[in-house]
Design a protein around this ligand. Structure first.
Ligand code: GLY
Length: 332
């Protein structure tokens, strides 16, 4: 079992990485508590079937799989269902699933009766190393992803990497794109290991390293006003490409292309291309520059005139560079 403590002003919780921890979840989650499980209707039933009996068969809410469930309407519907069930403010929500479920269930936890406890149980690689950690929760607005939300740290994050065995390889690779990002912004040794080793037999160690990097950043800047932005390497252009592809590209795939664009003329460019190919990740995408620019200008991290981009000149060392928003055109 690997443990990453997250210590924030006035709050402290652990991220636990342990294979098969779901099979004894009652050692981590008090079954005598009032519990609500929020999950999606497409994650393998075995996970719910494993945890529910150990927790006294809690009230369980299913949402349809897919990003369209991450909406205000769905958050309201879940709250109404909990109210009808008589769920009190002492309840604990378990978010069982990928990033969509974690963001949505965490958001519900942040607003239900002005806020109740929640635990993240991420079941995809992307959510295990990124979205379940750091307390960003929320839903999408019709014209902007993640535009409505809150910072609400969970009570616990439980990562059982055996859930990756049921995950589609393309989804695993999408998560590996975020691992590559962690290497580029903060760890030369992680980047090298991703390049040279077979990571899957030791996946817990890699998850541990990524989560530790994210924890170190989040504790310095929980509210994302400074250094936390380095986690967005490749994301400004990546998000725009993801939107332009109408979400046909997975998040990690779009970020991979965003990282390649940001790595042009850098010494590690060829290694990055090689690494992305190793994990069947795309390195380019045919896009309309004006459309991408339009999406970038409406990114919620941009102001009307400026934008912070993340630059990596050498592997392991990401930094923030403020630029005029029009300068991003030169990168496209
Ligand atoms: N995914 C970036 C962050 O949590 O800040």
């Amino acid at each position: 079992m690997l443990k990453v403590p997250v210590v924030l002003p006035g709050r402290e919780y652990n991220i636990i990485i342990e294979q098969h921890c779901l099979q004894h979840i009652n050692d981590y989650v008090d079954p005598s508590r009032e519990i609500v499980i929020i999950t999606d209707d497409n994650i393998p039933k075995q996970y719910l079937n494993t945890i529910a009996p150990l927790l006294g068969d809690p009230f369980t809410l299913f949402v349809p799989q897919g990003e369209s469930s991450k909406s205000m309407e769905m958050a309201q519907l879940l709250c109404e269902k909990m109210l009808k069930e008589g769920i009190t403010r002492n309840a604990l929500i378990l978010a069982l699933g990928g990033g969509m479920v974690g963001d949505l269930a965490g958001f519900v936890a942040s607003i239900y009766m002005r806020g109740i406890d929640y635990i993240q149980i991420p079941t995809t690689l992307l959510s295990q190393i990124d979205s379940s950690v750091g307390g960003k929760v929320g839903v999408n607005a019709s014209i902007m992803k993640n535009a409505i939300g809150a910072f609400k740290q969970p009570q616990l994050v439980l990562i059982d990497s055996t859930t990756l065995q049921t995950l589609d390889q393309r989804q695993v690779n999408s998560g590996i794109a975020e691992m590559i990002k962690y290497g580029l912004i903060a760890s030369k040794s992680l980047f090298k290991a991703l390049l040279e080793d077979d990571i899957l037999p030791n996946i817990d160690n890699y998850i541990y390293e990524c989560v530790s990097i994210k924890r170190d950043v989040v504790i310095k800047d929980e509210r994302d006003t400074g250094v936390r932005q380095i986690l967005n390497f490749g994301h400004t252009i990546g998000h725009a490409i993801e939107q332009a592809s109408k979400y046909q590209l997975l998040h990690g795939e779009a970020v991979a292309i965003g990282m390649v664009i940001m790595a042009k003329n850098k010494s590690y460019y060829n290694d990055l291309i090689h690494l992305l190919a190793k994990y069947n990740l795309p390195t380019s995408y045919e896009y309309d520059k004006d459309e991408i620019y339009q999406y970038i200008t409406t990114d919620k991290k941009a102001t009307k005139t400026s934008l912070n981009i993340i630059v990596v000149d050498e592997v392991g060392n990401g930094y923030i560079e403020p630029i005029e928003i029009s300068q991003i055109k030169e990168k496209l």
